[in-house]
Write a protein that binds this ligand. Structure first.
Ligand SMILES: NC(=O)C1=CN([C@@H]2O[C@H](COP(=O)(O)OP(=O)(O)OC[C@H]3O[C@@H](n4cnc5c(N)ncnc54)[C@H](O)[C@@H]3O)[C@@H](O)[C@H]2O)C=CC1
Ligand SMILES: O=C(CO)COP(=O)(O)O
Length: 333
């Protein structure tokens, strides 16, 4: 049984802990709030983030990072992307020097434009062979209900990716390996922004043609950014790219799609943020990804328009008309 530390007891940290427990690991889950940890230990349930899901006995929760991280072979990070740096400043000294650090997060840091694996490398000093990513079409509640799903475990070191594949493979959760960490992270981050745009179309009452068009052109934007940053275009066609984009943009469970839908219906960003405790990463990533695109000279009109909408510089209807009325272009370029 490999000791695994999971830091972040929100929806995905908790659901992935269940996967890891099902795969035979000894899981130590860090939660920010003691009452959430106590509830998990005493009732086997995380009532705030995954109500109604019974968690295996092999998951132990604690709000002490030193206890959770001691002797961990694998360290999984699952806090909101913009909060990672501040937390890692505290956690890094407790992370064992040979542990593999796995990011579950889908975001790009505001200000630095760093991907989560880059933030991890900077703050822990871990080399690329010790930093990995798990991504794909993995809506937390479906995974926690043990519904079948596939995922990607990405590490530049194929051998490490294979170790991680065995570490999280269960009868319901099928991980594939990939060595394209850059592509996996960019795809996971950008799909949240595209899901906001799809949600806006939903909220405005548009149908499936509009949504399919945004999804497909969103994938084209993601692929262009990926290519400019050295990603493998095949990653965009796989689970981390198209798979996650389709799941997120079509699911009522997606926080990003739902956030966009509420915007489309006329709620403000502040009103929506105040209505939920859960993170919709695309709200902040719309800015960091559009800046990243500008830095790399890549055209990402959907991402840019979503960023303008979030900043309050455009209305949902203006977002749609800005996209449709752009100058005509070839589809492939
Ligand atoms: N929920 C899902 O279905 C999936 C989520 N992800 C990604 O996983 C990451 C985590 O998301 P979720 O667990 O879904 O979010 P969540 O909103 O459900 O939970 C976030 C967790 O982080 C904690 N947190 C919030 N602010 C914090 C801070 N300043 N310091 C420390 N902890 C803090 C919260 O207490 C909570 O435990 C995100 O990057 C998300 O995009 C990836 C795949 C699936
Ligand atoms: O990343 C996810 C599914 O793979 C979860 O999407 P949301 O954060 O939009 O809920």
């Amino acid at each position: 049984m490999a000791k695994t530390a999971v830091l972040g007891a929100g929806s995905w940290g908790t659901a992935f802990s269940l996967v890891l427990a099902d795969a035979g690991n000894d899981v130590h889950l860090w939660g920010r709030r003691k009452e959430v940890c106590d509830a998990i230990n005493q009732t086997r349930e995380n009532p705030e983030y995954l109500p109604g899901i019974l968690l295996p006995e092999t998951i132990k929760a604690s709000h002490d990072p030193a206890v959770v991280l001691a002797d961990a072979e694998f360290v999984v990070l699952a806090v909101p992307s913009q909060q990672l740096r501040a937390n890692l400043r505290d956690w890094a000294r407790h992370i064992p020097h040979d542990a593999v650090v796995v990011s579950l997060m889908k975001g790009v840091e505001l200000g630095t434009h760093l991907r989560m694996s880059e933030v991890i490398a900077e703050l822990t000093g871990a080399g690329p062979e010790r930093v990995a990513v798990v991504t794909g079409p993995n809506l937390a509640r479906e995974i926690a209900q043990r519904e079948p799903a596939a995922a990607v475990v990405a590490c530049v070191d194929e051998g490490v990716a294979q170790r991680l594949q065995a570490w999280c493979h269960t009868p319901a959760f099928r991980p594939y390996t990939n060595t394209d960490v850059v592509g996996c992270e960019l795809a996971g981050t950008t799909k949240n922004v595209i899901a906001l745009a799809v949600g806006v179309a939903d909220g405005l009452g548009y149908g499936d043609n509009a949504k399919a068009s945004v999804i497909t052109r969103g994938l084209a934007e993601t692929a262009r950014l990926g290519l400019a940053m050295g990603a493998d275009p095949m990653t965009m066609m796989g689970l981390a790219g198209m798979g996650d984009l389709v799941a997120t943009c079509s699911s009522p469970l997606s926080r990003n799609r739902t956030f966009g839908e509420k915007l489309g219906r006329g709620m403000t960003v502040d009103e929506i943020v105040a209505s939920t405790r859960q993170v919709a990463e695309g709200v902040k990533s719309s800015d960091s990804v559009s800046e990243l695109a500008r830095l790399h000279g890549v055209d990402m009109p959907i991402v840019e328009q979503v960023a303008a909408l979030i900043r309050g510089e455009a209305t949902p209807k203006e977002l749609v008309s800005m996209l449709v009325s752009r100058s005509p272009k070839p589809e492939i370029r």
